[in-house]
Design a protein around this ligand. Structure first.
Ligand code: ZN
Length: 423
């Protein structure tokens, strides 16, 4: 082991979380994992570190992470304290805002971006303030802590999944890095976006008029296949990583379902299911808007970004869709899709008992919000084909409208007013 890593390891082991609430949340998570039959024999000790307080040495070591990471050879998991606090902030904010329809954060994209901005600016300060809301109500505080802990459970269990399947040093997720340049390689972008589009379609998130682009023999598919050849090794690596990430998510989902099934009564299993949905919703919505914000600003959109400004900017030239590949990280399934898949699985595991309108509204809003990513993936996958067609004098203008959060919420209300679509 290099001296950099050796020193970083010492630093990691020395760091102690001094935030009582966070300590409590992590204890809840670890207790569930200790009881789990799925994690028997897996070495998954958890270390938490505050990256801002950590040394420069640590930040360049293999232990550094901006969220969570499994280190196979060391047999432990590292989590960033700041990431956990940010997710806590997001979940508490949505819980404190009441029903989705009355939530001040969902009135417009600008409101939601403001929340993201405030949390990102100083999550430690934000969390101190938002915890005060439930400070004197021990029952509410217990519930909210449980909700946050169940969300952390998914992150940590995902890392346990990597240990289980022997895949090393992968971060749970990647936020779009606002300091690094956006994707600019056509082949990488197209191949990656096609892969996401295919998965979206498999899980019934298709884009009308675009489904054929994935068919063998289709002109778009042919243009992608050419590019795929250019980056064959990368494509192989990416497919392998993508698969590893999916199986880690599947492992985590099993842990969540096992926890549901171990409750004493149907009532408490359902209560836990609703908490899982609410927690994942807060974490996923927050993460997606963090990425959307970083992406919009990198494209030069003024703050606060909006769906209209995004649509206009994406129209400027084809290169925008290459850049948009950055929204999908490198190896993971798409953020909202991961949350949606978990929610879907836990609802199904509880025999579709989904009579809690608020929890269901959160599930369906997560589905509706897939819209922007689906459009970007399908249209982006056509970039090479479109560029080719344009060179031959084909049509240039192509408008894709993106949906704002308030419009998506309206669609959820319309859907739920017609009755529970699940039944
Ligand atoms: Zn992972």
């Amino acid at each position: 082991m290099s001296t950099v890593d050796q020193k970083a390891l010492e630093e990691l082991k020395e760091y102690e979380v001094d935030d009582n609430v966070l300590v409590n949340l992590l204890n809840i998570v670890m207790k569930i994992l200790e009881k789990s039959k799925l994690t028997v024999g897996l070495n998954g000790e958890l270390f938490v570190i505050n990256n801002e307080k950590a040394s420069k040495n640590f930040q360049t070591s293999r232990y550094a992470t901006s969220n969570c990471k499994a280190l196979l050879s060391d047999g432990f998991i590292v989590a960033s304290e700041r990431f956990l606090i940010e997710i806590e902030c997001a979940i508490r904010s949505f819980e404190a805002a009441g029903s989705l329809n009355s939530s001040s954060y969902l009135r417009s994209d600008a409101d939601l971006f403001s929340l993201v901005y405030k949390i990102r600016d100083d999550p430690y300060k934000y969390v101190r303030r938002i915890r005060r809301i439930t400070e004197l109500n021990s029952q509410k505080e217990r519930l909210i802590q449980e909700t946050v802990a169940l969300t952390f459970l998914f992150f940590i269990a995902h890392e346990m999944g990597h240990i289980f399947t022997n895949t090393d040093a992968r971060n749970f997720t990647e936020f779009v890095n606002s300091n690094s340049p956006l994707e600019n390689r056509l082949a990488n972008a197209v191949v990656k976006l096609r892969r996401h589009a295919e998965q979206f379609l498999d899980l019934e998130f298709g884009l009308p008029g675009f489904k054929h682009i994935l068919d063998e023999g289709d002109k778009v598919q042919k243009s992608i296949a050419m590019l795929q050849k250019e980056i064959e090794i990368l494509e192989l690596n990416h497919s392998k990583w993508f698969k590893d990430e999916m199986s880690a998510d599947q492992f985590a989902t099993k842990v969540m379902i096992e926890h549901l099934s171990e409750q004493g009564s149907d009532e408490s299993s359902n209560a836990i299911m609703y908490q899982m949905i609410r927690g994942m919703f807060g974490a996923a919505l927050y993460s997606w808007y963090v990425d959307l914000q970083a992406f919009s600003l990198a494209l030069g959109i003024n703050w606060p970004p909006s769906s209209v400004a995004l649509a206009v900017t994406m129209l400027e030239n084809r290169e925008q869709y290459i850049k948009a590949a950055s929204l999908f990280g490198n190896i993971h399934q798409f953020t909202l899709l991961r949350a949606q898949q978990l929610m879907f699985s836990v609802i199904k595991a509880r025999n579709n008992k989904s009579d809690d309108r608020e929890a269901m509204a959160r599930y369906y809003l997560t589905c509706m919000l897939m819209d922007t990513a689906v459009k970007i993936a399908f249209v982006g996958a056509c970039t090479a084909y479109f560029k080719q067609r344009e060179r031959l004098g084909g049509p240039k203008l192509f408008v894709i409208e993106f949906e704002s959060i308030n419009v998506a919420l309206k669609r959820v209300n319309n859907l739920l007013n017609k009755g529970n679509p699940w039944e």
